[in-house]
Design a protein around this ligand. Sequence first.
Ligand code: CTP
Ligand code: MG
Length: 236
Amino acid sequence: MSPTARHWVLIPAAGAGKRFGAAVPKQYLPLAGAMVIDHVLGLFAEHPAISGCVVALSPEDGYWADSLYADHPRVRRAVGGRERCHSVANALETLAREADDDDWVLVHDAARPCLRPEDLDLLLDVLASEEVGALLAVPVHDTVKQATADDLIEHTVPRERLWRAYTPQAFKLGLLRRALAEAEASRMIVTDDASAVELLGLNPRLVEGRADNIKITRPDDLALAHFFLQQQGRIC
Ligand code: CTP
Ligand code: MG
């Protein structure tokens, strides 16, 4: 690894939160006195190992200006795209103006406010000895079924080596740019960053993180996130 590689954070925040179904995109919903995205930026903006953050915002965004971090000197904005992968690709272009190809980029969903600081630090430690990249993930504990189109069980999927992919997902800037460009060229809509890198035939490392690093997706998840932040002692 390059001894001078820096670490940047890229936050895709251009989604509309359709499954959540609120009037406001879920990353801007209030959670314990701050917006969801502010809990996320609170983990990164002042972190000594992070050189800066880029937030990908919808062109129609009307909420970012109210963020506690809207004018933070280490937070920049980029224009988001149609799908998450397009938002990440656009924000990488913005980042590439000041970051190097060998710098690490940690991509973290704006809707995951419960990432634990110790899991972030664990991931940063792992990167020191990785070439391709690494992501936080959680082993699958439930029994998993493959179904037919009409919801009959076809077979049971062995779960021993199944993981749920979480974020942050960290890759070198140059590699992730190339991976997303190639995915786009083959018209693949990848739902996480590792998928794009896998398409290049590479094998990112899974790093076991805490299961409470949930992505707020549906309305029940907001109360769950509140509970997890309380449990972590980050809010009263
Ligand atoms: N995201 C993005 N650009 C998009 C779509 C999603 O930056 N075009 C971001 C979301 O804001 C979120 C993260 O990617 O922080 C994960 O996506 P997801 O949970 O799917 O959020 P939404 O797309 O907003 O939700 P939904 O799919 O229910 O509409
Ligand atoms: Mg989505």
